[in-house]
Design a binder for this molecule. Structure first.
Ligand SMILES: NC(=O)c1ccc[n+]([C@@H]2O[C@H](COP(=O)([O-])OP(=O)(O)OC[C@H]3O[C@@H](n4cnc5c(N)ncnc54)[C@H](OP(=O)(O)O)[C@@H]3O)[C@@H](O)[C@H]2O)c1
Length: 289
């Protein structure tokens, strides 16, 4: 199978390529190789390369900046995805698109299933929802994979922020009233592989396993514990840490449907986190030796 990966230089893109290269012919395209907002280039590139499937890891991902740059975010997350869907549909190529827990408003009291109604509370979520809708309107054979709270080796993320702050401060204040599920890009990459092999089309949810979700304070506490730092982690409310974009207070995704239909079983969030921190520690040992 020939798999074209867009956004290949992103945090997810890089890990996904490593996971798919073991067994598939992977065509990685970064922003320079394919800007998905350019409809003609999208058509020409996919037409010339003729992959069996396109996995779209390209996105505008700055949640706070999207409030002020909604049009730019929409061009990538909405219209860029529309371009991919039009071309893939015309050429009968499957599309696997990555979406987010932020398509939900957070008012649920149980994990969101793929069948639940969406309603975004911020500009980023609205643009990601637009991308999902275009695919659903234009295509039959697609996978939309929603995930949440991503972290990985190849990008800036919450874990790197906590580790940096733990070296600079005596205490770190972290919100404790937003619940979700952290997800290692390696878990997601393995899940994507399983989903595209399954031929179970439609919407999937993939995250690391949390029993009903954890909050950012719990996540930070475990990061600091595993890192061995002695900094104090203080719980605060969202009101005490205002951000440009509103976040859903509860965005736990129910992975049950995907587990049953594809056989993918996500690891526990603590297992993934431990492996990730171990990887970072090994890297800093190598770079300091
Ligand atoms: N990060 C999270 O916490 C999170 C949570 C839930 C869902 N997701 C979703 O997961 C997916 C992967 O996220 P990520 O964290 O890996 O994001 P990322 O590191 O920001 O990667 C996105 C990549 O897309 C590229 N890109 C931006 N505009 C593009 C365009 N017009 N055409 C082609 N490429 C373009 C970016 O290139 P430049 O860097 O050069 O701009 C970047 O390499 C996204 O769909 C995101 O919405 C992420």
């Amino acid at each position: 199978m020939r798999v074209l990966v867009t956004g290949a230089n992103g945090m997810l893109g890089k890990d996904l390529i490593a996971v798919l290269e073991d067994g598939y012919e992977v065509i990685p395209l970064d922003l320079e190789g394919l800007d998905i907002t350019d409809r003609e280039a999208t058509h020409y590139t996919i037409f010339s390369l003729r992959p069996d499937i396109v996995v779209n890891c390209a996105a505008y991902t700055n949640v706070d900046m999207a409030e002020d740059e909604k049009e730019t975010a929409f061009r990538v997350n909405g219209l860029g995805v529309q371009n991919l869907a039009i071309t893939c549909n015309e050429l009968k190529i499957r599309l696997c698109h990555i979406s987010t827990d932020y398509v939900f408003d957070g008012t649920s009291t149980r994990p969101y299933t793929p069948l639940d109604n969406t309603s975004a509370v911020n500009a980023y979520g609205e643009t990601k929802l637009a991308g999902e809708r275009y695919i659903q309107w234009l295509m039959h054979e697609f996978y939309i994979i929603r995930t949440s709270w991503l972290y990985g080796e190849h990008g800036n993320n919450f874990i790197r922020t906590m580790l940096r702050l733990s070296g600079e401060r005596d205490e770190i204040k972290v919100v404790s009233d937003q619940k979700g599920s952290p997800t290692w890009t390696v878990t997601l990459s393995e899940g994507i592989r399983k989903v595209i092999e399954s031929e179970v089309f439609g919407i999937h949810h993939i995250t690391d396993r949390t029993a009903g979700g954890i909050n950012w304070h719990e996540f930070a506490t475990e990061i600091i514990r595993l890192s061995g730092a002695s900094v104090k982690v203080i719980p605060i409310s969202t009101d005490e840490y205002p951000t440009r974009a509103k976040r859903p207070s509860y965005s736990v995704l129910d992975t049950f449907h995907t587990e049953v239909s594809t056989g993918f079983s996500p690891p526990d969030w603590k297992t993934s986190l431990e492996k990730f921190i171990h990887t970072l520690k090994n890297q800093s040992d190598v770079s300091s030796s």
